[in-house]
Design a binder for this molecule. Structure first.
Ligand code: PHE
Length: 385
């Protein structure tokens, strides 16, 4: 039994807890107890691009864990808050606003898909909080303003990489293109590829488009087959690519399919026969023998029991580059932090050496991967022109 004295004590203790909770709530809002720095991540943790968000989050979490074990940043522990935007641009706006206004995040990491970075980025710019996209490659993303940067290359380069590989390495002269007209990434990369391929002397014999959520590509594939291309360039995301590859083979289209980083997912294994001998450009290969890469692969595997894809590597790099900038920043105000991020030079990332150019983009090599039994394997790397 609880005595009357004990009851009174419990009541007072409860009031004490309530008071301290209220004070913490007023003081810093959300996570900002004074010995923590909150950073936010927004990504597609669910939906048709779910592996993008999950892999990126895993990479970020690993970087946070390592940094906290080493004493944190400016003597404080890093706290990560991740919100699922379900792969929807409108939801990206909502969760980025919440991370900044309610949770008081000092910086934002995300998104993977360019269309969602183009939705979340303006919120960061308007509210003055730095955002680093790990992997959005459409040029317009960092054109939002000085609060928005990225640790990856951009699509004018990636389009050139795909075109050069098809034309020079595979000696293919006649290509068709099938792209997602609803995604900034896909329609932009399509234009960049077309321009580069024509410049090299190649011919684009057919161009077909689809929309978000489409899963029947028969009309487009039939039109493409009639033009008899030597390959099809597909600057889409993995769920679409898996369906397109299977439907193409069912229509007796045997030519190689070539794509960009949007293919990067372990879900490619769902179409491993249809994608055998197909290629895509990407930011990194887990088979790269550089010590930075091999050490990361080992640590990631120990933590998650899986081989890290490019998104995991870019998520890891984006978080580590942010911590490096926090170390150098005069303060963690949005202005000081953005300045330190934008001044980054020769940061040793898993995905290569990262320096921010005057447009807050990174200039790095790309790799070409071949799908072999559902697993992307290193073929070659291509440097910027
Ligand atoms: N670059 C893609 C975009 O801008 C996203 C992506 C990057 C997807 C890397 C997979 C791997 O939308």
């Amino acid at each position: 039994m609880v005595s009357r004295g004990q009851l009174a004590w419990i009541a007072w203790a409860a009031v004490g807890v309530m008071i301290s909770v209220t004070l913490a709530g007023c003081g810093g809002g959300g996570a900002a107890s004074t010995n923590e720095i909150l950073i936010g991540h927004y990504g597609s943790m669910t939906g048709s691009e779910a592996t993008f968000g999950v892999s990126t989050d895993n990479g970020i979490k690993l970087a946070v864990k390592e940094r906290n074990a080493a004493g944190g940043v400016k003597g404080k522990q890093i706290k990560l808050k991740t919100y699922d935007d379900q792969g929807k641009a409108q939801e990206a706006v909502t969760v980025v606003t919440r991370l900044i206004q309610q949770d008081k995040a000092a910086a934002i990491l995300g998104e993977v898909a360019s269309s969602r970075s183009l939705a979340g980025g303006p919120v960061c710019q308007r509210l003055g909080v730095p955002m680093i996209s790990p992997s959005s490659t459409n040029p317009d993303v960092t054109a939002i303003g000085d609060m928005v940067s990225r640790v990856c290359f951009i699509d004018p380069f990636q389009g050139y990489v795909g075109a050069k590989f098809a034309f020079e390495n595979l000696k293919l002269k006649k290509g068709a293109v099938l792209f997602n007209r609803a995604q900034a990434y896909s329609s932009g990369l399509k234009d960049n590829f077309n321009e580069a391929f024509k410049k090299l002397g190649g011919e684009v014999v057919e161009e077909q488009a689809y929309g978000d959520g489409d899963n029947d590509f028969s009309a487009q594939l039939t039109a493409i087959r009639e033009k008899d291309p030597e390959f099809i360039y597909i600057p889409g995301y993995y769920t679409e690519v898996v369906n397109i590859a299977q439907q193409a083979r069912a229509r007796d289209i045997k030519v190689p399919l070539i794509g960009g980083d949007g293919w990067d997912s372990d879900k490619l294994a769902n179409a491993k026969d249809a994608l055998q001998g197909c290629y895509f450009s990407n930011h990194y290969s887990h088979q790269d023998t550089r010590p930075e890469v091999q050490e990361f692969v080992k640590k990631y595997q120990a933590e998650y029991g899986a081989v890290p894809d490019g998104l995991a590597a870019l998520g890891y790099d984006s978080a580590r580059l942010l911590f490096d900038a926090m170390d150098r920043a005069a303060s963690l105000s949005g202005k000081d932090l953005a300045k330190a991020i934008n001044e980054t030079k020769d940061f040793a990332g898993v995905t290569g050496k990262i320096s921010m150019d005057e447009n807050r983009n990174a200039r790095k090599d790309a790799v070409i991967l071949e799908v072999k039994d559902g697993v992307p394997s290193f073929v070659t790397s291509i440097a910027p022109e």
